[in-house]
Ligand binder design. Structure first.
Ligand SMILES: Cc1cc2nc3c(=O)[nH]c(=O)nc-3n(C[C@H](O)[C@H](O)[C@H](O)COP(=O)(O)OP(=O)(O)OC[C@H]3O[C@@H](n4cnc5c(N)ncnc54)[C@H](O)[C@@H]3O)c2cc1C
Length: 487
């Protein structure tokens, strides 16, 4: 039951959401609590393949954005909603806490400003005596002179949250159509006609949640979108699990020029991220890393941390921030276009703010114009499939007794069984590609990066999808893995 939607020509929806990142999927989930026909469209072959897939994964507590901004308001609100949201969606949520490490007097003054702002916003925080800070985090560099702790800062697996949101939306009747790039939009008679790679759709309301492409999408209906996208790339190292060397997220003091700076982030799966840099880019979809970008990360992590085990990196990756020439989130109806809503410029803390962004868009922008009724039958929770790694020996044995496929380990680095891979393929909005399986249940995320398990994943995908292994792709259309059969 994969539940991907294949379009019926000319179908009309109440709300079409362009972009299935965290902004679009969260909105689709929350809107699915109403009696509205919802369509979630994305140009890629899977959910959330944009900024939502490649970032620091931090639920920032909300002390960083300036007063009087939407970012400031929605980050604080969103962060407070996350823990219960992750409980409802059965997604990972790990409250690591964060240390902001100042080096010298000037930076210490900035910590005082952040502390005062956090106190005004009732965000728990405290200065940690240096002796205690160093005993908790022995890798703090010798130059660190003062530490401000934010104990409620957490990490999540952003892709998992977005996918779970989309699954809830589908469970409540929303349609999800992938490989459906929106290429043109016409506005006539109170309706928006969307031309996509999968056919044409009509909708009364359109939400432009297209990330780095939000300006291009807005320009499909107006010459004056009111913002210009100026995307910035961030690159990271991923360290092996047994090279974990920090317990908290370690931030330098943020600055106007460098943003949040280069961080060390423990992930929900036990790896550590080191990054990011922040460089303007022309290609909004380029996920590539660069020699210079990674050098910047290496050169700058040493400010707050010493003995960083970068020689234990198992992978590098990059994400592109949907930054615009306006410094705040853009959540507004486009000028002269009733029901066309831009949810644009959702740069950091977009992830942390997303539950509140969604409420803001629904309560302030959609419901006043389209008075959708609540759907009393909507189910807003999700049951995640079993994860062997999280079970006791007794629980595993019981599961294997019911289905021996859970006893067949395919990925040894991450201990992923055949049963879990099959679940990932058969689930609503299930995996159709090798990378899709990797994002859902992690074969290929470990030390060998798929060197051993990938051929087995290809076989399982081919069997479950009832196609030839030659048809299985790594990720996007055309990214085949096998060329031809030999003897
Ligand atoms: C390096 C980096 C670090 C970050 N760290 C954090 C952090 O720690 N905490 C935090 O809160 N935030 C962080 N962020 C910001 C966060 O990742 C973003 O705010 C968030 O992911 C934006 O989600 P989105 O859904 O708006 O955009 P996206 O996830 O980019 O989704 C947009 C979607 O629109 C689709 N699309 C585009 N054009 C079209 C079209 N024409 N037709 C159909 N579909 C289309 C794309 O395929 C994509 O899936 C970080 C971002 C980056 C890049």
């Amino acid at each position: 039951m994969q539940a991907y939607y294949e379009p019926m020509p000319g179908e009309t929806f109440d709300v079409a959401i362009i972009g299935a990142g965290i902004t679009g999927t969260m909105l689709a989930k929350d809107l699915s609590a109403y009696r509205a026909r919802i369509l979630l469209l994305d140009k890629e072959n899977d959910i959330a393949d944009g900024a939502t897939m490649a970032n620091s994964a931090i639920v920032h507590a909300g002390y960083d954005p300036e007063d009087g901004t939407l970012k400031g308001l929605l980050n604080v609100q969103g962060a407070r909603l996350y823990e219960s949201l992750c409980r409802d969606l059965q997604c990972r949520y790990l409250e690591t806490g964060a240390y902001i490490a100042a080096c010298g007097e000037e930076e210490e003054k900035h910590l005082d400003i952040l502390k005062a702002r956090a106190d005004r916003r009732q965000i728990p925080c405290e200065f940690v005596p240096m002796e205690k800070a160093r005993s908790e985090e022995p890798a703090l560099s010798d130059g660190v002179t003062k530490v401000l702790s934010f104990p409620t800062t957490a990490v999540i697996y952003p892709w998992q949250v977005a996918h779970a949101c989309a699954q809830v939306a589908v469970q409540n009747g929303a349609k999800v159509c992938l490989n459906a790039e929106v290429t043109a939009i016409e506005h006539a008679d109170g309706l928006y006609r969307l031309r996509t790679a999968k056919g044409d759709f009509t909708a009364r309301c359109v939400v432009n949640a297209a990330g780095t492409h939000a300006e291009a999408v807005a320009r499909m209906v107006t010459d004056e979108p009111g913002f210009r996208m100026t995307p910035r790339k961030g690159e990271y190292y991923v360290l092996d699990k047994d090279a974990a060397f920090v317990r908290h997220i370690i931030f330098p003091v943020p600055s106007q020029e460098k943003g949040k700076g280069v961080l060390a982030v423990p992930t929900v799966y036990g790896n550590t991220l080191i990054g990011p840099n922040s460089d303007f880019v022309d290609d909004m979809d380029d996920p590539g890393t660069s020699v210079d970008g990674l050098k910047y990360v290496r050169d700058n992590i040493g400010k707050t941390l010493k003995n960083v085990p970068l020689n234990r990196a198992i992978r590098v990756f990059a994400g592109v921030r949907p930054t615009s020439d306006r410094p705040d989130f853009i959540l507004e109806e486009a000028k002269g276009l009733p029901g066309f809503i831009n949810a644009a410029s959702i740069e950091s803390p977009g992830l942390a703010s997303s539950p509140a962004i969604s409420r803001y868009v629904i309560d302030r922008l959609i419901l006043p114009r389209f008075a959708f009724e609540k759907n009393g039958n909507a189910v807003m929770t999700r049951t995640a499939p079993p994860v062997l790694n999280e079970m006791s020996v007794e629980e595993r044995n019981a599961l294997i007794a019911k289905n021996p496929a859970y006893g067949k380990i395919i990925c040894r680095c991450e201990t992923v069984s055949e049963g879990e891979i099959v679940d990932a393929i058969r689930a609503p909005l299930g995996a159709r590609t090798v990378k899709g399986v990797k994002k859902r249940v992690r074969p290929g995320m470990g030390r060998c990066q798929g060197g051993f398990c990938e051929p087995r994943v290809v076989e399982i995908l081919a069997r479950e999808l009832n196609v030839s292994p030659l048809d299985i792709v790594l990720d996007g259309p055309g990214s085949w893995i096998l060329e031809k059969e030999n003897r």
